[in-house]
Ligand binder design. Sequence first.
Ligand SMILES: NC(=O)C1=CN([C@@H]2O[C@H](COP(=O)(O)OP(=O)(O)OC[C@H]3O[C@@H](n4cnc5c(N)ncnc54)[C@H](OP(=O)(O)O)[C@@H]3O)[C@@H](O)[C@H]2O)C=CC1
Ligand SMILES: N[C@@H](CC=O)C(=O)O
Length: 411
Amino acid sequence: MIQCLSMKNKCIYFKYIQGGIHLKIAMLGWGTVARSLMDQLKQHPDAVIQTAAILIRKPHPRTCPEMTYDYAAILDNPEIDVIVEMIPGAEAAWNYCSQAMQAGKSVVTSNKAMVSAYFSQLLALAEKYKVQFRYDACVAGGIPWLRTLTALKQTDPLLSIEGIFNGTTNYILDHMERDRLSLAEGIAQAQQLGYAEADPSADLEGEDLARKLMISAGCAFGVLLHRDQFAVQGLQGLCAQDIEAFLAKDKRCRLISALKQGSSGMQAGIEPVLLPFNAPLAQIRDNLNAGVLRTANLGELTLIGQGAGGPPTAHAVLTDLLEILNDHPVSPLTLQETNLCENPEAVRYYIGTQAETAGLFAELIQEIRRSGGRTQLWTVPTANNRLKALIAQARAQDPQLFAARIEEEAR
Ligand SMILES: NC(=O)C1=CN([C@@H]2O[C@H](COP(=O)(O)OP(=O)(O)OC[C@H]3O[C@@H](n4cnc5c(N)ncnc54)[C@H](OP(=O)(O)O)[C@@H]3O)[C@@H](O)[C@H]2O)C=CC1
Ligand SMILES: N[C@@H](CC=O)C(=O)O
């Protein structure tokens, strides 16, 4: 029996099979996340979700009957309720997902490049065509981060979010320290483990984090951040001598994203931070992610879990699918434009660079040493914007410069 449930102008087809409700999906992509999703669908005790089609692209061969190169046929198939989009990059995915919603199909995606680039358009399409749009897998892999932000802000406005949201770079930092891997070896291992983006420079240079911060900002604060509103610094230039210098000072480097309501407005930043060994975020190992949120009444809440890789990401996709199947409503989200401001506090930085460039910081040096041809300096507390401007100038001279903000005490 087929029953048409009320999704206003378009129907989702539910089938009652042996007493269980059945949802038909089409997967877009057949990579790390899609294969893990297929495994989890097969393991699920109630066979409630059926994969009717898998969109692949040539020259990938059709290795099972569900595989197709024909997206139009997927869109035309009225039995397919949900498009599960798991490909890299914004543009092709946006074409697929926008067409899907216009065809009355709900969309579940793990694609943060697309969601961050087309966030308000995707929300508007879902509203217009009365379909569901779910994207929990886009941030922090298996941690229910976005759904927690969305739920909490309804009772208590969020004050800040921060944490570690890229499994690849956390894995690299952890294993450069523990196994003395080089940056290149760390990237290669993270790729093998299925943590890295198709283009791993998105992980290394922090663009993946920028996308995740933009999506988190929408769910936490209802704001639409644009990529050109905030600076991002990744791990480019980091070398073994830098790691040795951090250890000698009882510091551990982590790539931290933060978004907070300051006294003069909202501040956003993504950069490497040197944490004392006993800081909570310094304990985050391997590909784990840790999201810390603060609200006025709840205080601080930290969620730690698998942040990258097929199984945790597919788990988040499956959770979204089951919510659609169970007809859980999505909390309405509208995004407002906002202005960001600079952190006005004085900060200290570590800078690893070549001898010639180090001279730019002459007035600000608290400590300086040389190691293996690298000049390593620790600055005195200095106005944030002055230091950032000097670092940008120095990096133009030495692309291998690595800079990290120093956090003095564990918070
Ligand atoms: N891996 C992870 O830990 C996480 C990934 N994500 C996101 O999930 C998505 C998938 O990631 P992942 O599975 O790791 O990526 P993979 O690179 O492993 O797989 C991507 C798949 O998409 C296919 N594909 C690429 N472009 C197209 C296209 N235009 N049409 C049809 N198929 C296409 C690729 O096909 P082909 O083989 O032919 O290139 C491949 O099968 C990405 O958006 C990623 O950012 C999100 C959270 C975590
Ligand atoms: N490349 C990403 C994958 C998950 O979002 C990461 O390493 O975190």
